[in-house]
Design a protein. Structure first.
Length: 105
């Protein structure tokens, strides 16, 4: 198994291109197109968008349960730290995680 090439993720890197907003009228619901990432070294799919709701959030679905976050993590309270690429601050207690986007080969 080869080690994937990665880069520190930015908020723009993780935008869900087929995202829908809660104010949009939907005739068909398509699964969000998430991005392959490593979260603190843990493989997952991640996306930033509304996910059919009314505000932006980050959603992470782990390939196998993460020891701290479980199978899935989501929050509206997040910020990518522009001074430290790949660092995401989240929650009200300034918790952090590092997200690396896996580059397509």
């Amino acid at each position: 198994m080869s080690i994937p090439s990665t880069k520190p993720a930015t908020e723009q890197d993780l935008f869900v291109e087929n995202d829908t907003h809660g104010f949009e009228e939907k005739t068909e619901i398509e699964a969000p197109k998430m991005h392959n990432v490593l979260v603190d070294g843990w493989p997952a799919k991640a996306g930033v968008g509304s996910f059919g709701a009314f505000s932006t959030r980050i959603v992470i679905k782990f390939d196998s349960p993460h020891p701290e976050y479980g199978e899935e993590f989501a929050t509206k309270h997040f910020m990518f730290d522009e001074s430290q690429p790949g660092l995401v601050r989240w929650g009200h207690d300034n918790a952090t995680m590092r997200i690396q986007k896996i580059l397509e080969q």
